[in-house]
Design a protein around this ligand. Structure first.
Ligand code: AMP
Ligand code: GLY
Length: 424
């Protein structure tokens, strides 16, 4: 089989590594892929949002199955365009991808169907938002409606910060059209959990839970990033909480999307907060999370491609989706300075032994050798029987990967380990 994966980050590298385990796979194309993915797939210089070129490539090369991984092409309707040409795809169509593409949509969906989330108001003009924020309690959370490269959420601790956020999102349009509307919502507290779930609109199969580490520096200090590391499973997500989430969040979301005529097929990402009042949805994503995928897929014992095809063909109930009992850790190695200013173009080297455990996010090829080309450069992963061992092995592997100006957090999984100890 010829497989095509749209996207070019660490998540896509992890997806490609899992798909390649299927013996029927002859070759994998990555559009555009990156300088690290090039070791495992044929990289084609077509951008992830160039829908027409993606479709043409798939048709010309007789692609048997396509995975659309990033949010933008899903929201733009890449799956609809490919499906129309007879290319089977993994990922939601445009009508369903709106669950991530519009926060106003997802909040209204949750309200209409009684799915627990933070209380909120929607504003379509800055004056109304400012009037509301004048008499609000702080902290409060302000979210741009549309996609904003993961930067559209502002936690305002004072009225001044909230006003600044409204000015920059709604008036200066720092996120373009995504800021035509804003959601202002209640500030919640509690441990955060990411749960990815396979769903074909009939069956919902949650994967092993995970925990992201969003801040740039140790002890959750510094700026928000795209994610500096992950562990799985998330110790805060107990069996009891998982059952509650299935009953009050996951299945109702599937039913709600069906009722709206927007059946969701693909990987639905639930960003949850375990508040003192119970689990709440912080956000939905219409795709695999990054860097959650880098710890979740290595724990998947079933064949990823078979599960994905079952989702496309709406027979998810018939396949086994089995995860190992072990734990996984991913430590992101970034360019010093990320998420602000950083230098790039440094050669990346690593021992052959660690290569299969490294998922590359930001690398280009120079004279056939991978060089750094982004803020988050790669994720070093490990799977082990216990979380403690997984963390230890991941950090030992980090020591075998080299590039100038490398920066990584030294406490990935620390909070999770502490939670495990407190549990006992
Ligand atoms: P996002 O960019 O959508 O991943 O959101 C960034 C982060 O903002 C989340 O991971 C949460 O830590 C935080 N956040 C979002 N909504 C809320 C909320 N209602 N209360 C507290 N924190 C929130
Ligand atoms: N790790 C969060 C995301 O993929 O959006």
């Amino acid at each position: 089989m010829k497989i095509m994966v749209v996207g070019g980050g660490g998540r896509e590298h992890a997806i490609i590594s899992s798909i390649r385990k299927n013996p029927a796979v002859e070759c994998v194309y990555a559009l555009p892929g990156n300088g690290g993915i090039a070791a495992d797939a044929i990289c084609v210089p077509i951008g992830a949002t160039e829908i027409d070129r993606i479709v043409d490539f798939a048709v010309e090369n007789k692609i048997d199955y396509c995975v659309v991984a990033p949010d933008d092409p899903l929201v733009l309707g890449a799956v609809d365009a490919l499906t129309e040409k007879g290319i089977p795809c993994f990922g939601p169509n445009k009508a369903a991808a709106i669950i991530e593409g519009s926060k106003v949509f997802s909040k209204n969906l949750m309200k209409k169907y009684g799915i627990p989330t933070a209380a909120y108001e929607v504003f379509e003009n800055p004056a109304d938002a400012l009037t509301y924020l004048e008499r609000s309690e702080y902290p409060i959370v302000i979210k741009a409606d549309g996609l904003a490269l993961g930067k559209g959420v502002i936690i305002a601790t004072t009225k001044e910060e909230a006003f600044d956020a409204i000015h920059s999102i709604m008036e200066d349009k720092v996120f373009g059209k995504s800021g035509n509307r804003v959601v202002v919502e209640e500030f919640l507290t509690g441990p955060e959990v990411s749960v990815l779930a396979f769903t074909d609109g009939k069956t919902m199969v949650p994967m092993v839970s995970s925990m992201d580490h969003k801040r740039a520096h140790d002890n959750d200090q510094g700026l928000n990033t795209g994610g500096m590391g992950t562990i799985a499973p998330n110790p805060y997500y107990t069996k009891q909480i998982a059952e509650e989430c299935m009953r009050s969040i996951f299945l109702p979301t599937m039913a709600a999307m069906n009722a709206e005529g927007r059946t969701f097929k693909g990987c639905l990402y639930f960003g949850l907060m375990l508040t003192p009042k119970g689990p709440r949805v912080i956000e939905y994503n219409c795709r695999f999370g990054d860097p959650e995928t880098q710890v979740v897929l290595p724990l998947l014992e079933s064949d990823l491609l078979e599960v994905m095809q079952a989702v496309t063909e709406e027979r998810l109930a018939e396949v086994e989706v089995k995860f190992s009992e072990g734990a996984a850790c991913c430590v992101v190695m970034a360019s010093e300075g990320y998420p602000a200013k950083y230098e790039k173009g440094f050669e990346i080297t690593m021992s052959e032994a660690v290569r299969p455990h490294v998922f590359v996010a930001g690398a280009a090829l120079r004279d056939g050798k991978p060089v750094t080309s982004g803020g988050r450069v790669l994720g070093v992963t490990a799977v082990a029987d216990t979380l403690q061992e997984a963390i230890k092995t991941a950090y030992a592997r980090v020591g075998e990967v080299h590039f100038e100006n490398a920066y990584y957090r030294s406490d990935i999984g620390g909070r999770a380990l502490k939670a495990l100890t407190e549990e006992k």
